[in-house]
Design a protein around this ligand. Sequence first.
Ligand code: CTP
Length: 407
Amino acid sequence: MQIYKVGGAVRDRLLGIPVTDIDWVVVGATTEEMLAKGFRPVGADFPVFLHPKSGEEYALARTERKSGRGYGGFTFHASPEVTLEEDLIRRDLTINAMAEDDQQNLTDPYHGQQDLKDRLLRHVSPAFAEDPLRVLRVARFAARYAGLGFTVAPQTLELMRQLADSGELQALTAERSWKEISRALMEDQPQIFIEVLRECGALKVLMPEVDALFGVPQPEAHHPEIDTGVHTLSVLQQSALHKLPLTVRWACLLHDLGKGLTPTEEWPRHIAHEHTGLKLIKAVNERFKAPKDCQELALLVGQYHTHGHRALELKPSTLLELLQSFDVYRRPQRFEEFIAACEMDARGRKGLEQRSYPQADYLRGAAAAARGVAVQPLLEQGFKGPELGEAIKRERLKAIKAYKEHA
Ligand code: CTP
């Protein structure tokens, strides 16, 4: 049997990027031979094994034929006769379809090296269309390698467009899509992921609520960029520039969905978009089965981001309600993430990227004041049950009033 390093490990070594994950392909072997060498099989469908020591993935060379719709619709053919070239041709991009032996001799039948030089994300063959997830993968790679100057080849973009139009994307499971989306959002330029999806028509299918924001105007006085889609991408970009976690990036992407529902007669104003957007945020959250912390923060940021911007003008009672809504006493981190998302929203505007955001420290101060109220003295005064709750609230309100007067 011959063993080759394939995929991302070869690509990233040639790009001079640190390699974290190594995938291997094994040519000329049978499942029985692999098991005899101590490899552990993974899953039932794929002829993939884990190395007994390193735990790295070793896949038997295989060809794939599509036999139906969706991810389940595959038949696999793995046998010792399948050649390396046959295995590589079914892969997504030329830059992912190179193999290397233990002497670092490269097998590159589909000109991946040339495309690395030309900074092109190009599909290997029409077999690209056999897995619609690749539309998201290419958009993710475009986001990841944008800094190196990579773009999607026009023919590949065309193929992605055909896949988006065909309805195949609907067959993707929430889990597979979310894995791509969440990885893409954690790249340095996540806005490119959304831009590429939009360009090939996949955004309209996957997140029509985000797609609908493009072409929707906002008041120029607050939003020099005017367009809500452009604003959303800038907010997302800011969240990456500030190295914020996935929860915040997800919330940034979804914070203004309500603006896509504003009747055109009301443009460029978006009265109550914080409320109208909630059902859309919920729908997107559920479509991709986003993790609970992402779902929660997106909904809270959607509902309260304008409160964040007006923090300095809010009445103490409204500030208190805001803090209660976030359960800031038990979940201080979540409130920090809210503040970060608001700040990115304020900065994701043309020409305002460097502006200061005094609301952030003001909100932190208000939260600290409310959290500073001690419960013990109230217990000692004999408060119990609902009355204790009321007394705590009264004290917190007093603390916020005092804070507001001195801030
Ligand atoms: N692959 C593919 N189509 C997919 C998934 C994977 O063709 N839908 C192939 C590609 O050749 C890819 C390899 O399998 O390079 C390994 O896949 P994976 O580990 O998911 O991605 P990497 O390319 O290694 O990229 P990353 O750095 O994002 O892990």
